[in-house]
Design a protein around this ligand. Sequence first.
Ligand SMILES: [Zn+2]
Length: 112
Amino acid sequence: MTKILRQYKITLERVDSNSSTTVSDPDNLGLRTKLGGKPDWIQADEAPACPSCRQKMSFVGQIDSIEHESKHNLHSISAISPEQEYMFGDVGMIYVFFCFECGETKSVYQFY
Ligand SMILES: [Zn+2]
């Protein structure tokens, strides 16, 4: 089933290169969406190889389950509500990769 998800505008803020989110901290659930840096893997590292050149692909960003029900989350929606749309499995994350040589893209999905 194809869904048309509600829209969110994203404000970009440049961060220190050493900054990373702590995936294991429950207070961060739903708030881990970011561009660049290193992937905050929920499970083991699954960085894909480019389907064309077979080189390891560059990490572009990750999209969290941004409507996760949490007092820390501005976009929290009740987990039992049919209104909750951005929930990838059990508070999972989608990781996006790109090969700058070949113009190939891949995504990886992980959850708890
Ligand atoms: Zn490539």
